[in-house]
Design a protein around this ligand. Structure first.
Ligand code: UT7
Length: 329
């Protein structure tokens, strides 16, 4: 098996910013409540003409540039999203066309907010076995299209964005050390969109009932998140033969600063080892981890040789963690 690492990173964030005050102007909420309960001050909301495939293609192109690769050198595109351009075909195919990755296979992957971790674990297998050399893993979402902007329990949380990583062979002893993935379908109704799929196709009634928007049991998801963020981190570290004390940086899914703080405490980490940008972007679902990772690398916080733990959770329910020895200068 080949060692596999991240050889390029890129992100795309729509320009339009929606602040807490913007939401409080029309909904019964306020900046103080949102900041105290979630850590979020603002989020991005793409203009109407922008597609998930657009922001994913931009992030992907930047990741290719960072890796020094041409689009035709990509063998496979894995796009983690729950806000695809269309029900089918896969948005990954639209990205393939937009970036000119003429030799790439392309598929979408649905693991909600854990999608990027699932994508990394999946992509790694193709490169490790030698079936493919360069795999593009993208997490991209236009959450603003599926949140109910009249529901203060959910609309304050989510934001739009995309992050991409190129997976390629790297020197032995570097790159991805281990992945740990989990799921529990019994928690489906904690976080889901009731209508628009084959179970409940769109009709006048579903639209009237606002069933095409995210439904969430916030406190259930909160408890689940605190538990699995810690458990998944510890299991992934154990698989890698490491302990909590070996972590240089934690890159957690950016869902709620209080969830991140609970995971930080459980792992006994100091705050300077935790990458958090939730204040600026909210929860970008599958995009949150790659965007945070890209920022931390660009700002020279994460450096070659650092042990990086990425951990996420989301609808499904799903969860997962990846441990890496950062392989890139
Ligand atoms: O990627 C995974 C996605 N989801 C998550 O990670 C969500 C995890 N859960 C959470 O982050 C938190 O549960 C929330 C931020 C959603 C809610 O925070 P909470 O501390 O669990 O508040 P709560 O739901 O217990 O609500 C407390 C109060 C309620 O009022 P009453 O019933 O006590 O009078 C809510 O109606 O706060 C009220 N509330 C709000 N007030 C002002 C709920 N949303 C708002 C709001 N502004 N936006």
């Amino acid at each position: 098996m080949k060692s596999v690492g991240i050889t390029g990173l890129g992100s795309s964030l729509p320009e339009n910013i929606v602040t807490n005050r913007d939401i409080a102007n029309y909904l019964d909420t306020n900046d103080e409540w949102i900041v105290n309960r979630t850590g979020i001050s603002e989020r991005r909301k793409a203009e109407e003409h922008i597609l998930t495939s657009d922001i994913c293609a931009e992030a992907a192109q930047k990741a290719l540039d960072d890796a020094g690769l041409k689009p035709e050198e990509i063998d496979l595109i894995i796009l983690a999203t729950m806000t695809p351009d269309l029900v089918f075909p896969a948005t990954a195919c639209m990205v393939q066309e937009k970036i000119g990755a003429v030799n790439a296979a392309a598929m979408d992957l649905e693991a909600a907010c854990t999608g990027f971790i699932y994508g990394i674990a999946t992509g790694q297998q193709f490169v490790a076995t030698g079936m493919y050399r360069n795999v593009l893993v993208i997490g991209g979402e236009l959450m603003s299209r599926i949140v109910d902007w009249e529901d203060r329990n959910t609309c304050i949380l989510f934001g739009d964005g995309a992050g991409a990583a190129v997976l390629s062979p790297v020197e032995d002893g570097c790159g991805i050390m281990t992945n740990y993935l989990g799921s529990d379908g019994s928690g489906l109704e904690s976080l889901y969109v009731p209508a628009g799929g084959a179970k409940r196709p769109t009709c006048e009634e579903t639209v009237k009932q606002r069933e095409h928007f995210v439904r969430m049991n916030g406190s259930e998801v909160f408890k689940f998140a605190v538990r699995v963020m810690g458990d998944a981190s510890i299991k992934a570290l154990e698989k890698a033969g490491l302990g909590k004390e070996d972590i240089d940086f934690l890159v957690p899914h950016q869902a709620n600063i209080r969830i991140i703080e609970a995971a930080t405490k459980r792992l006994g980490l100091s705050k300077d080892k935790v990458i958090a940008n939730i204040d600026k972007y909210g929860n970008m679902s599958a995009a949150s981890i790659p965007v945070a990772l890209e920022e931390a690398v660009t700002n020279n916080r994460i450096k070659k040789g650092d042990i990086v733990l990425m951990v996420g959770f989301g609808g499904g329910l799903t969860w997962g963690a990846t441990v890496m020895k950062w392989n890139k200068d």
